[in-house]
Write a protein that binds this ligand. Structure first.
Ligand code: TYM
Length: 337
């Protein structure tokens, strides 16, 4: 980390619907803790969302849903800055400059583009290809130093560091941008599908049973855990025993992340027991942790005016940080003031 730069946290979630337990454990829960230590900006990345088709009415709705999730999870809008990306023009402007800094070869190596574009790359939007450049712009428009994310964003964070390094070198502006540090470690960094322990829990999985939704009620959460794929063996006594048992490993990991204990501690308690005993315990725990957030989300969703007010105020604060940085960037690049 560049120690001469003050610590600032930036992260974002796409308003693409189906917010799930992976988003919460991998990202949003960390956002809540970090707000006490750092200056934090938590963005709802609507510019990223439109890299694949979004129905406009649904996009508006989903943007408010993420705002509700941030608040319901415990982010304090007086402490952290909560806003939507399209309201602060620095993101798009800096992304263009980064489109001219990043190299085609770097983007060609991005695994997420390959996954999302699927077989027919020719039909993917250009935005989807340059998505990581926009992500770098999100972070660096604020000279953010720390970025809490799930494991799936690791490669994008490395690219952001490469872009910052190349910009600083190309323009001989040493330390102009800090090299942002990913904050990934810890339980919950990679929550897997409840239907397939080798695939990550994802918003776009066609099966709703694959994920615990942050708006699911207690019955739904319990049902999904009951139906989660498992194997016939009892839980092992030690971590090694979870090798080659991806579904069991995932459920133990979720239990550990939700309860704030290690996986070893979970196995110390449940080792030797079958899923008939473990699943109800996990369901109770998940309901205890998720249901209150879902309930508060539903309450907040009924007050869109309030949510829009929070986002509008947040956007002003975010713009006040990003605008002077963007002004400096333009000067460094050689644009007339
Ligand atoms: P998105 O919207 O896909 O996901 C939001 C956050 O949730 C994490 N996550 C998971 N963590 C653990 N297990 C899972 N199964 C799981 N699925 C998702 C993601 O890692 C992410 O932290 N590109 C980003 C959004 C973004 C961003 C940024 C993040 C845009 N600009 C700048 C940080 C900084 C994305 O699509 O997240």
């Amino acid at each position: 980390m560049n120690t001469s730069t003050p610590s600032r946290v930036f992260s974002g979630v796409q308003p693409t619907g189906n917010l799930h337990l992976g988003n919460y454990l991998g990202a949003i829960r960390k956002f809540v803790d970090l707000q006490h230590e750092y200056e934090c900006l938590y963005c709802i990345v609507d510019l990223h969302a439109i890299t694949v088709w979004q129905d406009p009415a649904a996009l508006r709705d989903q943007t408010l849903e993420i705002a509700a999730a941030y608040l319901a999870a415990g982010i304090d809008a007086d402490k952290a800055i909560i806003f939507h990306q399209s309201a602060v023009s620095a993101h798009a402007e800096l992304a263009w400059i980064f489109n001219c800094v990043a190299r085609m070869g770097w983007l060609n190596r991005m695994t997420q583009f390959k996954d999302k574009a699927g077989k027919d790359k020719e039909r993917a939007s250009v935005g989807l290809f340059v998505y990581p450049n926009l992500m770098a712009a999100d972070i660096l428009a604020y000279r953010a130093t720390h970025v809490p994310v799930g494991e799936d964003q690791k490669q994008h964070l490395e690219l952001a560091r490469d872009i910052a390094t190349k910009f600083n070198n190309d323009f001989e502006a040493e330390d102009f941008f800090p090299l942002p540090e990913p904050l990934i470690k810890g339980a919950g960094a990679r929550v897997m599908s409840l239907r397939d322990g080798t695939a990550k829990m994802s918003k776009s999985d066609p099966s709703d049973l694959s994920r615990i939704g942050m708006m699911d009620d207690a019955d739904m959460i319990a049902k999904k855990i009951k139906k989660a794929k498992t194997d016939p063996e009892p839980l092992p006594d030690s971590l090694d025993g979870l090798n080659d048992r991806p579904e069991a490993k995932n459920l133990v990991g979720i239990y550990a992340a939700l309860s704030g204990v290690t996986e070893e501690a979970v196995l110390a308690e449940f080792g030797g027991q079958g899923f008939g005993a473990f699943k109800p315990a996990l369901a109770d725990l998940a309901v205890e942790k998720v249901a209150p957030i879902a309930e508060e989300m539903r309450r907040l969703r009924n007050d869109p005016g309030y949510l829009e007010g929070v986002l509008g105020a947040g956007a002003q604060k975010a713009d006040a940080i990003a605008a002077p940085i963007l002004k400096e960037v333009k000067k460094v690049v050689g644009f007339l003031g």
